[in-house]
Design a protein around this ligand. Structure first.
Ligand code: KIV
Ligand code: ZN
Length: 520
């Protein structure tokens, strides 16, 4: 059996017809060009009878796409087939794709036709399409809920009528993988002329099994998979192209199959589709989600730095993503922090790393993700050699439109916890006055600025203060997601500098030995 699996992309038909995924004329052409770059085998461009717009876009895609087969969908009736053919007749490789439901449920409630009538319609439609186009695919809609004997009968008859591809959809995403696989196995065992056609799977994701079912189909002889980029499609979507392609590639040793898809175009295709439709993929979406190659847990980051094989089963580059990401957050360890600083050009000593890691942990507790800008800020404010006389242990602010701002501050001085409160013109002023009451050191704020380090509601605010203590100016800096706590920390840093400077001067004074104490 041929080990090649043909990829039939229906992003522009089954995908595009689902809520929130519609694209205009130009957008469809752009997407089709990108799908061509992916090197899929077939692009299903649309359902030409459904609207003039759909007809026109299928016609244009058929004209522009040269290397992939371009398929157009049609029900098993003459007007649909004529319109489909009109739209794709200029394609380098045209295909008419005919479908009719085969489950008793659909026959009874939707088509209101007997099995005999549906069989007759299907055979007639395939023969008619074959008289126009050499490449005809026939789909038994709702195949997975159809009677297997009837399915065998209609598959045999439509192959005889000229269908080269027989598609057996799990239209409502109802099948379980071993069931869906068994259907393909039975069709192969029981349909005498099955060797003249390629079997195709087409799965919907209502139970989250679309990809698993597609894989079960190819394990049982299907050699075409119908799927969509990002898994877009009716209801819960279709089988996701990127997941199928990468499952076949990554598990080659198990499946022994291959596709012709250029997997390095996957990420670009996914991004383009999201930007054209506005339908974003969830962060944890396999292969193309923002977290697909991101690692935050300290143990995983450590493993990744030792060998990516520890936690990645495929490389990000293999799907067109530049590199993995070690996301710095509260679960990260020193190894990842040191590595990221090295990437940013900082070689930290163990002591510096220890300081930076402490500050990093306290910021990571407040913030979901730490960015490179945050690391720079941490370095500037965190790795300083000034001796800490006071350390902000706790801060409580009450403030409001009709409330006088009041701050209660707890400062640590060695093992001692010092507490006091004050009111002020604003919360920062109240906090600074409380610090003055605790320390007994009066400072005059001469400069104060806050700048957001990057955008976003959980951005870090970098506070800079310049404070006059006894005629001498001292700077303080701090970074925090809470601007009041950042303001107090910056002020305390300036105060600690002032106290350190005073202490240094006092020690120097002591070293100056009085001349009258010199003895012979
Ligand atoms: O889900 C389905 O059955 C279909 C057919 C039209 C192929 O999309
Ligand atoms: Zn479908």
């Amino acid at each position: 059996m041929e080990d090649r699996v043909f990829i039939f992309d229906t992003t522009l038909r089954d995908g595009e017809q689902s809520p929130g995924c519609s694209m205009n004329f130009e957008e469809k052409i752009r997407m089709a060009r990108q799908i061509q770059l992916l090197c899929v085998d077939v692009i299903e461009a649309g359902f030409p009878i459904s609207s003039v717009g759909d007809f026109e876009s299928v016609r244009l895609i058929a004209e522009k796409i040269k290397t992939c087969t371009v398929a157009a969908l049609a029900r098993a009736v003459k007007p649909d087939i004529d319109r489909a053919w009109e739209a794709i007749r200029e394609a380098a490789k045209p295909r008419i794709h005919i479908f009719i439901a085969t489950s008793d449920l659909h026959l009874k409630y939707k088509l209101k036709k007997s099995r005999e009538q549906v069989l007759k319609d299907a055979v007639w439609a395939v023969q008619y399409a074959k008289s126009l186009c050499d490449d005809v695919e026939f789909s038994c809609e709702d195949a997975s809920r159809s009677d297997i004997n009837y399915l065998c009968e209609i598959v045999e008859a439509t192959i005889k009528a000229g269908a080269a591809i027989i598609n057996l959809p799990d239209t409502v995403g109802y099948a379980i993988p071993d069931e869906y696989g068994a259907m393909f196995r039975m069709i192969r065992e029981r349909v005498p002329n099955i060797g003249s056609a390629v079997l195709s799977s087409h799965c919907h994701n209502d139970l989250g099994l679309a990809v698993a079912n597609s894989i079960a189909a190819i394990q049982n002889g299907a050699r075409q998979i119908e799927c969509t980029i990002n898994g877009i499609g009716e209801r819960a979507g279709n089988a996701s192209l990127e997941e199928i392609v990468m499952a076949i590639k990554t598990r080659h040793e198990k499946l022994g199959l291959k596709t012709n898809v250029d997997a390095e175009e996957i990420y670009k295709s996914s991004k383009l589709l999201s930007s054209l439709t506005g339908m974003m993929v969830q962060r944890n979406k396999a292969i193309v989600g923002a977290n697909a190659f991101a690692h935050e847990a300290g143990i995983h980051q450590d493993g990744m730095l030792k060998s990516p094989l520890t936690y990645e089963i495929m490389t990000p580059q293999s799907v067109g993503i530049k590199h993995s990401m070690l996301v710095l957050g509260k679960h990260s360890g020193r190894h990842a922090l040191k590595q990221r600083y090295a990437e940013l050009g900082y070689q930290l000593t163990d002591e510096e790393l220890q300081h930076a890691y402490q500050l990093f942990c306290s910021i990571a507790d407040q913030k979901k993700e730490i960015f490179d800008e945050d690391l720079e800020t941490i370095l500037e404010s965190g790795v300083s050699s000034i001796e800490e006389v006071y350390h902000l242990a706790n801060l409580q602010i009450t403030s409001g439109t009709n409330l006088r701002p009041t701050a209660t501050i707890e400062l640590k001085q060695g093992d001692q916890l010092l507490i006091d409160s004050a009111t002020g013109d604003g919360p920062v002023d109240a906090a600074y006055k409380a610090v003055e009451r605790i320390t007994g050191v009066v400072g005059k704020l001469t400069e104060y600025s806050i700048k957001s380090v990057h955008s976003g509601h959980d951005a870090i605010g970098e506070v800079f203060v310049r404070v006059d203590f006894n005629g001498l100016l001292f700077n303080g800096r701090a970074a925090s997601t809470d601007i009041i706590s950042g303001s107090v920390s910056a002020y305390i840093e300036a105060l600690n500098r002032a106290l350190a400077s005073k202490k240094r001067k006092e020690e120097q004074q002591k070293k100056i030995v009085p001349t009258d104490s010199v003895t012979a």
